[in-house]
Design a binder for this molecule. Structure first.
Ligand SMILES: [Zn+2]
Length: 269
């Protein structure tokens, strides 16, 4: 099991082998904030125990977005901590309502294909917890001696992404991904991704002048990494516009793109 890494006093990141997911924890004198919940009942239980090992103050949860690997541990955490509040963008609640079951089916099939039957069974038995506190633009959470601001920076990885600002540490969810050898993976781009708007959302992350940015997957990065990722997305958005306008073939766009071919194909399709 991984350990918490302290990014600033009382501000932690925890990176898992499973899907290289990274979650966050901000500890105040009266409450703590758990940023993302992992992807199943058992994974949520493990995270609850890991939070308890750091602090005994009651938690508040925020979901950066509705994808299963970030949101499906919420019911376990909520149960472990006595129905603690679950914050998210209003669009996250809608997306969970519409897509949680298809997400579950898709990933159960993937696990079975990989002969990971225990993971499939865990996912099958995972209850989905809906967010209990939603917002559209921003929300301020009082943790006692500190506050954390939740901000929707505009559509990007999904239409309902949320970042959490804890001093000079920004938890960016899947707006930022630190994949081995690059900024993004095939999973970064899906049918709910807003590629053309994503660079502007990263401008809003950078406007907070973060010292540390905790991505949704991988180790924490600095502002320069995010600025490079922003340029890559900008290039991908331009290439996709060319493909859609018919001035560029998909093969030529993939050749010209700054990321590995399979990542580019996911972004450009
Ligand atoms: Zn995601």
């Amino acid at each position: 099991m991984p350990d918490w890494s302290e990014q600033a006093p009382g501000v932690y990141a925890r990176r898992y082998t499973e899907l290289d997911l990274t979650v966050g924890l901000v500890v105040g004198t009266e409450r703590c904030l758990i940023i993302d919940t992992r992807g199943s009942r058992e994974q949520g239980d493990e995270l609850a125990a890991a939070v308890r090992a750091v602090t005994s103050v009651p938690p508040v949860i925020v979901l950066t977005h509705a994808h299963f690997d970030h949101a499906f541990g919420a019911a376990s955490l909520s149960a472990a901590f006595g129905d603690c509040p679950i914050w998210a963008h209003a669009g996250c609640r809608d997306a969970l309502e519409e897509h949680a079951e298809s997400d579950r089916r898709e990933w159960m099939e993937r696990y079975r294909a990989e002969k990971r039957h225990a993971a499939a069974a865990d996912l099958a038995a995972t209850p989905i917890a809906a967010p209990t506190r939603t917002f559209d633009r921003a929300a301020l959470l009082d943790l006692g001696d500190r506050t954390v601001e939740l901000v929707h920076p505009g559509p990007a990885h999904t239409g309902h992404d949320v970042i959490a600002l804890a001093g000079d540490v920004v938890f960016a969810g899947d707006l930022v991904e630190h994949a081995p050898g690059g900024s993004f993976s095939e999973e970064s781009f899906g049918p709910d991704t807003h590629l053309a708007a994503w660079p502007a959302a990263l401008d809003r992350v950078l406007a907070h002048r973060p010292r540390v940015v905790v991505p949704g997957h991988g180790d924490p990065v600095d502002a320069a990494f995010v600025a490079r990722a922003r340029e890559d997305l900008h290039t991908l958005a331009d290439l996709r516009a060319g493909v859609r306008a018919g001035t560029l073939t998909l093969a030529a766009a993939v050749d010209a793109a700054p990321l590995p071919p399979e990542v580019c194909r996911a972004a450009l399709s």
